[in-house]
Design a protein around this ligand. Structure first.
Ligand SMILES: C[S@@+](CC[C@H](N)C(=O)[O-])C[C@H]1O[C@@H](n2cnc3c(N)ncnc32)[C@H](O)[C@@H]1O
Length: 257
C-alpha cells in the first residue's frame, strides 16, 4: 500500500534490483547459448531491458516500473558512451529524486492532467457551488492552479514531492485563495472541502475510498481522474476529450437517511 514506507519501500527496492539482476542473468544465459545473436553491447542492453521489464511484471511491480527497467541499462550505456562530466549524473539523480520523491517507497509518480481535464473539473466545481477544493497529489498544479482562478473558491494543493510542490507554490504566489501544502495527502483532513480531486493510481483507490468515506461531509463530491474506487457506484462519469480519453469518476457522499 502506498503510504506505508519502511518495509514496503524495501520490498519495492528489492523487487527492482531482483528484476534487473534476473534480466541480466537471463540475457547472459541467452548470450552464452547463442553468442552470434547477442554480440554488441547495445543488443545485449536491449535484451536485458526487455527481460528486466518482464521480470518486473512477473514480480507484480506497478506498471510505471516497466519503462524504468526497459531503459535502465541502455541509458547507462548511452551515458558512458557520451562521456559526460560526472557532476551531470549527480545533478540528474538529484532532480529525479526531487520530482519522484516517494516513488521508490510506493508513492504514485508524477504525470500530468491535461488542460481539458482542468476545464472539466472547473465546470463540475462551478455547478457544485463549492467553496473548498483539494487536489490530492497536485503535481505542478495542472488542475489546482486553473481552479484557483475562481477567487471565491479556496484551493488547497497537497503535494509531497519537493520540486513539483515548489512549482505549484510559485504558480500560486499571486493567488490569495490558493495554498500549496507540502505534506502527504494521507494527512489531509477531507472534511474541509466540498469537492476533492485526485489523479493517483489503481493501487491506492480502495484505501483512498475509505478515507473519503470517513472524512468527507455528506453531500460532498469526490472526483477521481482515470481510476475508479473499487465497488463504488459513481454518481456520474465524465468523458474528457483529451489525448488519453480521460474519464472522471464522480462520487457523491451520501446524506444520512
Ligand atoms: C499522477 S500525478 C497527478 C498530478 C496532478 N494532480 C495532475 O492531475 O496533474 C500524482 C502526484 O501525486 C503526488 N503524490 C503521490 N503520493 C503522494 C502523497 N502520499 N502525498 C502527496 N502527494 C503525493 C506525486 O508526487 C505526483 O505529483
Amino acid at each position: 500500500m502506498i503510504k506505508i514506507a519502511g518495509t514496503t519501500g524495501l520490498i519495492t527496492l528489492f523487487k527492482a534490483f531482483a528484476a534487473q539482476a534476473l534480466g541480466l542473468a537471463l540475457t547472459a544465459t541467452l548470450a552464452w547459448m547463442s553468442p552470434a545473436l547477442f554480440h554488441g553491447a547495445w543488443r545485449l542492453a536491449l535484451v536485458q531491458g526487455v527481460a528486466a521489464a518482464l521480470w518486473s511484471n512477473a514480480l507484480r511491480q506497478p506498471y510505471w516500473w516497466l519503462p524504468i527497467h526497459l531503459l535502465f541499462l541502455p541509458t547507462a550505456i548511452a551515458m558512458l558512451t557520451l562521456q559526460l562530466p560526472s557532476w551531470l549524473y549527480l545533478l540528474t539523480v538529484l532532480l529525479l529524486a526531487l520530482v519522484f520523491w516517494g516513488t521508490v517507497k510506493g508513492d504514485v509518480p508524477l504525470f500530468l492532467s491535461s488542460n481539458a481535464v482542468a476545464d472539466a473539473v472547473a465546470a463540475i466545481v462551478d455547478r457544485e457551488n463549492a467553496n473548498g477544493f483539494a487536489d490530492l497529489g497536485a503535481g505542478i498544479g495542472s488542475v489546482a492552479v486553473p481552479l484557483a482562478q475562481h477567487p471565491a473558491l479556496k484551493v488547497d494543493a497537497w503535494e509531497r514531492a519537493p520540486l513539483p510542490w515548489l512549482i505549484t507554490a510559485w504558480r500560486c504566489r499571486t493567488l490569495p485563495n490558493a495554498a500549496a501544502k507540502r505534506a502527504s495527502l494521507w494527512d489531509c483532513n477531507l472534511a474541509h472541502y466540498g469537492v476533492v480531486f485526485a489523479f493517483l493510481s489503481p493501487a491506492v483507490m480502495a484505501e483512498l475510498g475509505e478515507k473519503v468515506r470517513r472524512e468527507m461531509r455528506p453531500g460532498g463530491l469526490f472526483i477521481s481522474s482515470s481510476f475508479p474506487i473499487p465497488d463504488w457506484e459513481p454518481e456520474k462519469i465524465v468523458d474528457v476529450e483529451d489525448r488519453r480519453r480521460t474519464k472522471l469518476f464522480c462520487y457523491r457522499l451520501c446524506r444520512p437517511e
